[in-house]
Design a protein around this ligand. Structure first.
Ligand code: PEP
Ligand code: MN
Length: 362
């Protein structure tokens, strides 16, 4: 078995621009696929995607059109000359995809987490020379992502790539799936030979953020994108909120600035700086969302105090919190003064919130 680091990825070189895969989240009808495909600009977008089998969070949602949709994808290929791509999650999917001339198969985020599933797909692909893209697992586990690729190389599948589609969190955030760029960049550093695509649609979960995430991906010199487009996104049967019309994708692609390689030293410095700034931005976002959670709990504490007619400011409690935090801060390498300042600001805001709840008459 070849090591992942030793596999040359010449397949990506057939594209003279960054590889862009686009099309609807799900295949719904032949007409929908052909309509969407006809509006896609072929000089920018080389591969047409559509989900045939859809892994849905809850039952009784649309679970994909199934086998019936594969000939529609073949028709798109015949009419437009674009390559075609779909997600596979079982050996039967692989078999059907191979029978219908699918050029690129991808493993979805919910499948990457399951070694049995990935192994089943790898076994079914043995002896073919298809391009296979592996989405990151839904939780932030770099080894699991790498392990999935190793299962494929173990069966002789060597035209590989990965898709960064973000990681799920319990907490609400502006993203449907947190980008956690650091994990994808760690992957990229370890396996610079394996093409990495960004999936801004599933990271954002909305249309508005797609440009920003796309630009960020190209700042990090990703090799391409997979973006959901639909001829009538509001009517889409799955992921309606994040799909855009093909014309909007073209606009985005025209606005994107690709990183220039004319000064390699400077470009290295710039990527290092971008990387660190992105990490800081992500942490700052998390800080804000944690603070917002904390204040929501303070508000509930205020309501409880009101019900029981208890004073807002409890000096003993505050002493304990402050002392404990300063100790914890020091053990994490933060200065006592800094921790104290932050805690005073947080505490003050909690008191303000609770004062409001108590009302002026109390
Ligand atoms: C998809 O691409 O439509 C999809 C289901 O994505 P993910 O596996 O990233 O959730
Ligand atoms: Mn989708």
């Amino acid at each position: 078995m070849k090591k992942l680091t030793d596999i040359e990825q010449n397949w990506i070189k057939q594209f003279d621009r960054p590889l862009v895969i686009s099309g609807p989240c799900s295949a719904e009808s032949e007409e929908q696929l052909l309509k969407t495909a006809s509006r896609i600009e072929k000089s920018y977008i080389q591969v047409f995607r559509a989900g045939i089998w859809k892994p849905r969070t809850k039952p009784n949602n649309f679970e994909g059109i199934g086998l019936e949709g594969l000939p529609w994808l073949q028709k798109v290929k015949a009419q437009t000359g674009m390559m075609i791509a779909t997600e596979v999650a079982k050996s039967e999917h692989v078999k059907a995809a191979l029978e219908h001339e699918i050029d690129i198969l991808w493993i979805g985020a919910r499948s990457t987490v399951n070694p049995f599933t990935v192994q089943e797909i790898a076994d079914a692909l043995e002896g073919t020379d298809k391009i296979v893209l592996v989405k990151n697992p839904i939780h932030p586990d770099l080894d699991l992502w790498i392990g999935a690729l190793e299962r494929l190389t173990g069966r002789g599948i060597e035209k590989l790539g990965v898709i960064h589609r973000g990681f799920s969190t319990y907490k609400k955030s502006k993203f449907r799936n947190q980008p956690n760029w650091q994990i994808a960049l760690d992957f990229k550093n370890r396996y610079p030979n394996i093409p990495i695509l960004c999936d801004p649609s599933h990271i954002c979960g909305n249309r508005e953020g797609i440009f920003e995430i796309t630009q960020q991906a190209f700042n990090f010199e990703y090799n391409g994108l997979i973006v959901e487009t639909h001829h009538d996104p509001d009517q889409a049967w799955s992921d309606a909120k994040q799909q855009i019309i093909p014309e909007r994708l073209l606009e985005i692609l025209k606005m994107i600035e690709l990183r220039k390689h004319d000064n390699p030293e400077n470009s290295e410095y710039q990527s290092e700086l971008d990387r660190m700034r992105t990490e800081i931005d992500e942490l700052d976002q998390n800080l804000l969302s944690i603070l917002a959670d904390r204040m929501r709990i303070s508000q509930k504490v205020g309501e409880l105090k009101r019900t029981h007619n208890i004073a807002i400011f409890q000096p003993d409690r505050w002493e304990v919190v402050l002392r404990g935090s300063k100790r914890a801060g020091v053990s994490l390498g933060l200065s006592e003064e800094f921790t104290e300042q932050i805690y005073k600001a947080i505490h003050q805001e909690s008191v303000n919130i609770q004062n409001k709840i108590m009302g002026p008459s109390r």
